[in-house]
Design a protein around this ligand. Structure first.
Ligand code: UDP
Length: 235
């Protein structure tokens, strides 16, 4: 079938069904807007399994997602959507760019989760944008942004306790949303250790892509550890 799009971590193909796409997870990891790159044998399989599992957890909590099914080690079927060019970041604990931008120590627990929007544009380096900027760029209406924020908070309300029960703090994560041809808004893209910060509650160990970004451990060993920590659920 036709290749439709190739991103940093996935390839997207059409299928015989107009409204269904096939995603293939790659072994490549990138950081810092693609400046740092490496291949890790087995990463695609782990992220496919983990993302599929998280989408199933969310679907079970009545959160609409693009996910249909995982069909092989590296592949899943999803509903076709047009991605809204916003990264919706939810934060429970200060880390990464928030810590740098506001000078607040990493690890500071937020009283209330924060939702931020970043404009998905590699040439601009995915800048943080306000609602006024989003309106100016004609990306989404105020009503749509209210919905995205509400939906992102719902995802957090499901995933934060899910990880907590497994001894893991969901520090922050990035979501992307898409629109079906009929205008329905669905959670899309992926949820994986590439797009979340996950810290071991006891040791503070990073169970996410920060091990690669910060050169503090083996990415595959870390993702495999996370996979094992989530138990048979991901099989
Ligand atoms: N994130 C992502 N893709 C991006 C930028 C961020 O998946 O292009 C995720 C990242 O893994 C983290 C959260 O969004 O879980 C917040 O990232 P932050 O803004 O702190 O940026 P970073 O420090 O990763 O550059």
């Amino acid at each position: 079938m036709q290749p439709l799009y190739e991103g940093k971590a996935k390839r997207l193909y059409t299928t015989q069904e107009q409204d269904v796409l096939r995603i293939v997870y790659k072994d490549e990891a990138t950081a810092f807007n693609g400046e740092k790159k490496a291949e890790f044998a087995g990463k695609g399989e782990l992220n496919n399994r983990l993302t599929s599992h998280f989408f199933e957890v969310l679907e079970a909590a009545d959160i609409p997602t693009h996910f249909i099914e995982r069909i092989s080690e590296r592949e899943q079927l999803v509903r076709r959507v047009t991605i809204i060019p916003l990264e919706v970041v939810v934060r429970n604990v200060v880390a990464g760019s928030l810590s740098k931008r506001l000078g607040i120590e990493e690890g500071t627990v937020l009283e209330t989760p924060i939702v931020e929007f970043y404009y998905k544009d590699d040439s601009l380096g995915d800048p943080l944008v306000t609602r006024a900027h989003i309106n100016l760029l004609k990306i989404s209406t105020t009503e749509e942004l209210d919905l995205l924020e509400q939906e992102a908070n719902r995802v957090n309300a499901v995933l934060r306790p899910y990880f907590d029960e497994k001894g893991i703090t969901l520090v922050d994560f990035k979501l992307e949303y898409g629109k079906t041809p009929t205008g329905e808004i669905l959670l899309a893209d992926e949820i994986s250790p590439d797009t979340c910060r996950l810290w071991d509650k006891e040791t503070g160990d990073h169970l996410d892509k920060d091990v690669f970004r910060r050169n503090i451990g083996s990415l595959i060993d870390t993702y495999q550890t996370l996979f094992n920590r989530l138990g048979g659920n991901t099989q």
